[in-house]
Design a protein around this ligand. Structure first.
Ligand SMILES: [Zn+2]
Length: 325
């Protein structure tokens, strides 16, 4: 009954035949709307995400930029924490920023005592070095772009589809890898020989899960990866030195090693554990360890000067694709 009454009053107020009443009613309704959604220094309306972020102490431009990349849930948690973090805007403007990782970047920054630059925090979180994810099985469906590292492992049954042998002239003992890797190595060593006169050699290539177990047992603590966590099980990794410098460390100072680092991407290889990244991620520098990823990806990783882990996090993981990269 009350409902019917309100309906009748409203119908009466907004009846076009009662102009003297409908106009003030419309004006009053507009006033109510203006109060509810009061404009905030150029920001759309009071309850918009950009306004809620702005009220945390960010500038209008910062709030707008953050609202454009964060989802409602992220804004809710930012507002709930009443958090104004000085690096938040630097984070969203950083190269390789992944919106889904926003909270983790801020959390890492908060506990970071080393005062790392924003770019390093982005890298560390993207590759999972913030300890957020527990180790998970390697997604072998990615083929020669599969990621094996300390957080992505292969099980004991994984073996590459096919393995080809390296010619005896290019290794000290029998070595195998995926056929595409053997071909790429042959092309690379040919060019290296022509340009440096040195002969590249494969020290180690495919290693089975079982071989990795015994290698890990034999090696000094922390030197060889645990079985399942070594790229060598994929058949995509090779350890390279040269006939002239067969030992790994003198090899790293050689002309052929410098040539290999500068040119391996032209053959589809990347230096998997480069020196600069070892400073950020803390893994050991391995000037001899190459990983096959194909020419296109190798060029990109080389040109952008990133690791494969970073490449994978940004360009290959599903959330990256969802953003249309
Ligand atoms: Zn290796």
């Amino acid at each position: 009954m009350q409902r019917g009454y309100i309906k009748r009053v409203l119908a009466h107020c907004f009846d076009p035949d009662n102009r003297w009443l409908s106009l003030p009613c419309a004006a009053a309704a507009l006033m109510v709307l203006l109060v509810l959604f009061k404009s905030h220094e150029g920001i759309a309306y009071n309850y918009s995400n950009e306004c809620r972020i702005y009220k945390l102490g960010y500038t209008i431009d910062e709030a707008r930029a953050m609202a454009s990349v964060l989802n409602d849930q992220q804004v809710d948690s930012l507002v709930a924490r009443q958090e104004h973090d000085t690096i938040a805007t630097a984070v969203i403007n950083a190269r390789y920023f992944i919106p889904a990782n926003f909270d983790r970047y801020l959390a890492y920054h908060k506990k970071d005592t080393a005062e790392r630059p924003v770019g390093d925090i982005i890298s560390l979180v993207n590759i999972g070095a913030d300890g957020y994810d527990s180790p998970s099985p390697c997604d072998t469906s990615k083929g020669y772009l599969m990621l094996v590292n300390g957080r992505h492992y292969l099980d004991e049954n994984y073996t590459p589809d096919s393995l080809a042998m390296f010619s005896k002239s290019y290794c000290y003992e029998e070595q195998r890898a995926l056929p595409v890797v053997v071909d790429a190595f042959m092309a690379m060593q040919q060019a290296c020989k022509e340009q440096t006169a040195a002969q590249l050699m494969v020290n180690s290539a495919h290693r089975s899960f079982q071989q990795q177990i015994s290698m890990h047992k034999r090696s000094a603590k922390g030197y060889a990866a645990h079985a399942g966590y070594s790229e060598h099980q994929t058949g995509l990794a090779i350890d390279v030195t040269s006939r002239e410098h067969p030992m790994r460390w003198p090899f790293d100072k050689s002309e052929e090693c410098a040539w290999m680092h500068a040119h391996c991407h032209e053959y589809g290889f990347i230096l998997r554990y480069p020196k600069r990244q070892s400073l950020i991620f803390g893994f050991a520098y391995e000037p001899w360890h190459l990983r096959y990823v194909g020419k296109e990806v190798a060029r990109r990783i080389h040109d952008e000067d990133i690791t494969f882990d970073e490449y994978y996090a940004y360009y290959i993981k599903p959330h990256a694709q969802a953003q249309g990269r």
